[in-house]
Design a protein around this ligand. Structure first.
Ligand SMILES: Nc1ncnc2c1ncn2[C@@H]1O[C@H](COP(=O)(O)OP(=O)(O)OP(=O)(O)O)[C@@H](O)[C@H]1O
Ligand SMILES: [Mg+2]
Length: 255
């Protein structure tokens, strides 16, 4: 169970969640993507209805609806499932505050969920460190942090890492910062390679060898309700996410 988190907006959390999940599923792994962002971007990218009154993650977290009641199979992707987020989820951040076990609502819901035998659960977090992200970090075994190869990339990272430490100390002792993935890498700029070097110097083997390049295909795919894996499998972005998924799967078997 992997939480994809970074409170910085637009760093590639959703793109990474969706495409790693799709790549794993195309290799026969059964994968659930939990959309924990009221923006519903992961739901959109996976062509999963998340408007109007479709039951969503909000109802699971706040109203105790069983996860099985909201999970949908992703169209044309037999091993891929999505738990959608509607805009209702925006209210959860506040409503959760007064609920019992407010940090562990997602963990509880996923523990009770056994409708399909899953190999991976990927949780796409919103760009904040609020209770939604806390729920993801409490539920997960691992955190994956996408880092955009840009100047401000490392700003705020310390705060995220402190939060991970706090959650490990108080709520989820086995939580592991397993993976850092460098995204939107532009090989033509020195800045991108400097940021990549800096991140590798600091985080060592936690950083995937695979770097995700800037690729227009990655940004186009969601508007077709597809991952880049089916939208343009030969594109540089698709091949990079395929390699990244392979690394993640390999790490899971050796660790
Ligand atoms: N490697 C890439 N190359 C080109 N565009 C990308 C790449 N990765 C992501 N994008 C685009 O950048 C934007 C932000 O990416 P994404 O939505 O994945 O980030 P996010 O961290 O989930 O954002 P938010 O914090 O709002 O949830 C999107 O428009 C996406 O299509
Ligand atoms: Mg997102």
């Amino acid at each position: 169970m992997i939480a994809v988190a970074n409170q910085k907006g637009g760093v590639g959390k959703t793109t990474t969640s969706v495409n790693i999940a799709a790549a794993l599923s195309m290799h026969g792994q059964r994968v659930l993507v939990v959309d924990l962002d009221p923006q519903g971007n992961a739901s959109t990218a996976l062509a999963t209805e998340h408007r109007g009154d479709v039951p969503d993650v909000y109802q699971v977290l706040v109203d105790d609806l069983p996860m099985a009641d909201i999970v949908k199979q992703v169209p044309d992707m037999p091993n891929l499932y999505c738990a959608p987020a509607t805009i209702d989820l925006a209210g959860a951040e506040i409503e959760l505050v007064s609920l019992v076990a407010r940090e562990a609502r997602l963990r509880r819901a996923l523990a009770a969920y056994d409708a399909v035998e899953l190999d991976y659960i990927v949780i796409d977090c919103p760009p904040s460190l609020g209770l939604l992200t806390v729920n993801a970090l409490v539920a997960a075994d691992e955190v994956m942090i996408p880092i955009q190869c840009e100047y401000y990339a490392l700003e705020g990272l310390g705060q995220l890492l402190r939060n991970v430490d706090l959650i490990r100390a108080h709520l989820n002792p086995t939580l592991k910062l397993s993976t850092i993935v460098l995204t939107m890498y532009d090989g033509r700029t020195r800045l991108a390679s400097q940021v990549a070097d800096e991140v590798r110097a600091h985080f060592g083997d936690t950083v995937l060898n695979t770097v995700i390049p800037r690729s227009v295909r990655l940004s186009e795919a969601p508007s077709y309700g597809q991952s880049v894996m089916t939208y343009d499998p030969g594109s540089s972005g698709a091949m990079a996410y395929m390699d990244a998924a392979r690394e993640i799967a390999h790490r899971a078997t050796v660790s």
